[in-house]
Design a protein around this ligand. Structure first.
Ligand code: 5GP
Ligand code: MG
Length: 476
């Protein structure tokens, strides 16, 4: 028996055992999509079911593909590999270019190269499809198709059995129907209510990513038919949080609370929050906006880099650094205090072992010909080490240049620099920056470790200070 046949057999054995076990239905689905792709060397798998009208496909369960891809919008049955629903096996080699794929651009962004889709039948009638996704371009051979068809048949038996035992509700515990806004524009122009729009602008202000009504949750069923659905207003992918606004009609609040309670019971893994008027005001005030604000200083203005933006970039930098230092154990050196947030995030994304140390310096009468001094030296000896200077922001470069020349006297094996922000406008010292997170304009930044008069270091994003109004205007 070939190795491949053996792995098909093993997967089928595991799946058959799973289906015949007393595992709860929703768990069975999750495990099924985890087991099914194993012998195919693909990245992920999903099980989609046709809705009542047979016009849309609903994700019952998925594994190895991102939330974003899952919530991409309605999957219209006639636009998404419709041949599967006619009972055929469909193989797509290049998903980003194949017209049979509804969301090609998204497939490209998600690095989904090839897809195989087979019909799922319940008692002979096509009820949905089972799909596997590959990161690399590939074709699927006959044995692989036959294997996936067998899995799809088992899935059909499972769905049917769970249905007739009346536990359909539980099975639907994982149903995700992308919301009413069809397809690609993830951010619609129109909101059901102005306060939703206001909230969306607030999220934009903080550069928090959001999706409007991306998913509907079935709340009630009658004979397998969905009789009640609930579509929360917003989903924040960065927070994995749904938000339902209750700022509009007080008369609806009780009903909404009930729906949210029911949703929490049925979908315990889903985070959802009700957002009232007070919550909105408090959110504004948190970063010194709106009626409740009360910071001693100016308050913050425009957000330049949002939390997700920073996190993404920090991950990339860490990847680069880890690659460059593979097999080594670099010593990360930070100058206090602004770098502490960046250092903490960067260090946690590095995949090589590291040492971490900090220095402190102070500026003594710089204007009067004074000097920069080291007030806290390294505790770890940098001699013979690969030293990586980690900086929050490089402006004139004077600080960095001083620290680098000091470190050179300690004979490190190598010395490189990583800075999150590079403000090039007033560069005086010629310093080489090996890794740069973002180039920034000539403005004063606060947040993510950077302070103004010791305030704002703890903001999770980076912003500008609020414009100072001229005295005369402030008096009016
Ligand atoms: P440099 O010596 O390169 O002129 O200045 C570097 C130091 O100045 C940074 O470590 C930081 O403490 C401070 N700095 C420079 N630009 C900014 C800024 O935009 N915001 C804040 N909060 N500090 C800055
Ligand atoms: Mg600094």
């Amino acid at each position: 028996m070939s190795k491949q046949t053996a792995s098909f057999n093993k997967a089928l054995r595991d799946i058959a055992r799973l289906i015949n076990s007393d595992t709860i239905a929703s768990e069975k689905l999750q495990r099924l999509v985890a087991l099914a792709p194993r012998p195919l060397a693909v990245r992920g798998c999903s099980l989609l079911l046709l809705d009542e009208d047979r016009t849309r496909l609903i994700h019952l369960a998925a594994r190895g593909i991102s939330e974003r891809y899952l919530r991409k919008g309605f999957i219209e049955a006639d636009k998404s590999l419709s041949e599967t629903l006619e009972g055929k096996v469909v193989s797509v080699v290049d998903a980003a270019a194949d017209p049979r794929i509804q969301f090609r651009e998204l497939a490209r962004q998600e690095h989904i190269a090839s897809i195989m889709s087979v019909p799922v039948r319940i008692r002979g009638r096509v009820a949905g499809s089972l799909r596997v996704y590959s990161r690399t371009r590939r074709e699927f051979i006959l044995e692989e198709q036959e294997y996936l068809e067998t899995v799809a048949n088992l899935a059909g038996v499972m769905l049917d059995a769970e249905d007739t035992r009346g536990s359909r509700n539980q099975m639907l515990g994982d149903v995700a129907t992308p919301g009413p806004k069809a397809g690609s524009p993830l951010k619609p122009e129109t909101f059901a209510h102005p306060s939703e729009e206001e909230f969306a602008r607030l999220l934009d202000f903080y550069q928090i990513e959001w999706l409007y009504e991306p998913r509907s949750f079935p709340l009630q069923w009658d004979n397998g038919k969905i009789t009640e659905m609930f579509t929360p207003d917003f989903y924040l992918p960065g927070q994995d949080l749904y938000i339902e606004m209750t700022t509009l009609k007080p008369s609806l609040t009780t009903e909404k609370r009930q729906k949210v309670r029911r949703l929490r019971q049925l979908y315990p893994e889903v985070n959802i929050k009700l957002m009232g008027r007070n919550d909105c005001d408090r959110l504004l005030a948190k970063y010194d906006h709106g009626p409740l604000s009360g910071s001693k200083t100016r308050g913050i203005g425009r957000v330049l880099f949002s939390t997700p933006q920073i996190q993404r970039r920090v991950r990339q930098l860490a990847k680069e650094i880890s690659r460059r230092h593979e097999g080594e154990r670099p010593l990360l050196v930070g100058v206090m205090r602004g770098v502490f947030v960046f250092m903490a995030d960067l260090a946690r994304h590095l995949t090589v072992p590291v040492d971490i140390d900090f220095m402190a310096i102070s500026y003594y009468g710089a204007e009067k010909g004074g000097a920069v001094r080291v007030t806290k030296d390294l505790d770890i000896n940098p001699e013979g080490r690969h030293v990586l200077m980690v900086e929050d922001i490089v402006d004139t470069g004077m600080t960095l240049s001083f620290v680098l020349s000091y470190l050179r006297t300690r004979s490190p094996r190598s010395l490189s620099v990583c800075t999150l922000f590079d403000k090039t406008a007033h560069r005086l010292a010629d310093v080489q920056l090996d890794y740069v997170g973002f180039e920034v304009p000539d403005e004063f930044l606060v947040g993510y470790g950077l302070d103004f008069d010791e305030e704002y270091r703890n903001l999770p994003f980076v912003a500008l200070l609020k414009e100072e109004r001229p005295e005369s205007e402030a008096d009016r």
